[in-house]
Structures are given as structure tokens and as C-alpha cells.
Design a protein. Structure first.
Length: 274
């Protein structure tokens, strides 16, 4: 017998054509096998995730360009460019970028000094910073990371990455807690965006610390850290007012509360990793 759809010869008594899948009696084509549907569904899901990541990255670059021109005043403006889902994605990307930069900061003493100043509220400056850097380079040259049982560079980088992610998450949680305590009006996307964007000045300072450390200009790193920390505080204040919906009289208290909570969480995790 022959298929009425494709004209090919098929075995007698067949209900469906094994070549084109058409029903021999002219009915609906045979459904696709479940094994074939699985890979196509997985591929579709993967393509969807890739498209979302690409769109989120483009949004993050667009928001970054706005913040680059005006870090404080541009915070609410850049947030208003996106809906809640896109703002959440951009804020998350900013947080991951901060963690990656924190990891890179361990490659050079300048970046490490920048991060230590954020964590301790100060740090060595001038000759003290240069001395610390020289000691670190000497230890590396002598193989302190291996011969003397110290942690490897890879281990330090992973710890810095984890610490950066934890600090970003702690800052998000602190923003959410502050919004609840001070009766703000935002949603979770606003808190993630505010926290993620506020970390960008710190990330920029660590990158600049890497450059300054490579050039031996350790005396300038404390000044860069002061600028970065000031911008972070101002951006948090702007986010509390214009994104989290906290009143002006309460925002001045909300910002230190956010920073204290985030730093406490950070210190606990760092001690756990030590």
C-alpha cells in the first residue's frame, strides 16, 4: 500500500506513514515522539535564558552610562528607565560585577588595600600602605603562598568572590529591612537596584586601586577610597528617598542602618571563611 500524503510505499496495515507521519486514512499526522520534544524544549529554554541575559546586559550598560554622568542624581532616572523585572535584573548584574571586581582586587596589593579600607573604615595610607605592599610582594617572591603553607592565590580569589557576593546580598537585605522599618513604598526590584548601583563606586575604586598599585602610587589609594565611599553613601541616600520611598527625615537614619547591617553580615562571613 502507499501513503496518500507523500506517495511512498508503506507496510500493509500501517496506521501512520513511517516517513511523513501522516495518517493512512487521511487523519491528523502522528504526534512527534516525546524523546524529540525534550531536546527542543531544552533548547528553547536555553535560548530564552540567553536572550534574557543579553537584554539584561544591554540594560545594565545603558544604566551604567547614565550613572557615569551623574552617579547620585542619575540613580532614580536610570531606575525609571526599566520595569520591575528589568530593574531587578540590572541591579543583580551590578552586584555580580562588584563581586567579580572584588575577586580581581586580590591580584594586586592596591586593590586589596582599597577593599580593606571599605571593610575597616580606614586603612594604611602613605608610607604604611607602600610598606604593606612591599611586604606582600616580597612574600609572594619567596613563595609564601605555597612553601610556608599559606593560602593559594586561587583560594584567596574565591574567598574574595564569595565575600563580594555576600556583601552585595547583605546590602540588598539591609535595604529591604530599612524599607520595612522606615515604612517605604518600594518593591524588591527597587532594593536590588539601589544596592547594586550603590556598589559601583566601590568597584570602580578597587579597579583604580589595581592600577595605582601597579604604578606604585599607593598614597593616592586612600583618597580614591574616600571619594568612592562618599558616592556610595550619597547614592544610598538618593535610593532611599527616590526609589525605596523613605521620607527625607528617616532616610538620614536609614542609610547608616543599611551600612551597619551590611558590614556586620560581611564581617561574620569573612570570619567564617578565614
Amino acid at each position: 500500500m502507499f501513503c496518500g500524503s507523500c506517495g511512498k510505499q508503506i507496510p500493509d496495515g500501517s496506521g501512520f506513514c513511517p516517513l511523513c507521519g501522516a495518517a493512512v486514512g487521511g487523519g491528523a499526522p502522528r504526534p512527534a515522539a516525546s524523546s524529540a520534544a525534550g531536546p527542543s524544549a531544552a533548547a528553547a529554554q536555553r535560548a530564552k535564558l540567553e536572550a534574557q541575559f543579553k537584554a539584561g546586559s544591554q540594560d545594565a550598560v545603558q544604566a551604567f552610562m547614565v550613572l557615569l554622568k551623574d552617579p547620585v542624581g542619575g540613580l532614580a532616572k536610570s531606575y525609571a528607565m526599566f520595569d520591575q523585572g528589568r530593574a531587578l535584573m540590572v541591579g543583580g548584574i551590578f552586584g555580580v560585577v562588584f563581586a567579580l571586581v572584588a575577586m580581581l582586587g586580590t591580584l594586586n596589593m592596591g586593590g586589596m588595600l582599597s577593599m580593606s579600607m571599605f571593610g575597616a573604615g580606614g586603612g594604611a595610607a602613605g608610607a604604611e600602605a607602600a610598606a604593606l605592599a612591599a611586604m606582600a610582594r616580597a612574600a609572594r617572591a619567596m613563595g609564601a603562598g605555597s612553601d610556608f603553607g599559606g593560602p593559594s592565590q586561587f583560594s584567596i580569589m574565591i574567598r574574595a568572590l564569595v565575600a563580594g557576593l555576600v556583601f552585595a546580598a547583605a546590602l540588598i537585605g539591609a535595604c529591604a529591612l530599612a524599607r520595612i522599618i522606615f515604612k517605604g513604598t518600594s518593591q524588591i526590584a527597587g532594593e536590588i537596584y539601589t544596592a547594586g548601583a550603590s556598589l559601583l563606586p566601590l568597584a570602580a575604586a578597587v579597579l583604580l586601586g589595581l592600577l595605582l598599585g601597579a604604578l606604585g602610587l599607593y598614597q593616592i589609594i586612600p583618597l580614591v577610597s574616600i571619594f568612592a565611599l562618599t558616592w556610595t553613601i550619597l547614592m544610598l541616600n538618593s535610593g532611599c528617598l527616590k526609589i525605596l520611598g523613605i521620607s527625607d527625615s528617616k532616610a538620614s537614619l536609614a542609610v547608616p542602618v543599611i551600612l551597619v547591617i551590611a558590614m556586620l553580615a560581611m564581617s561574620l562571613v569573612v570570619r567564617g571563611l578565614a
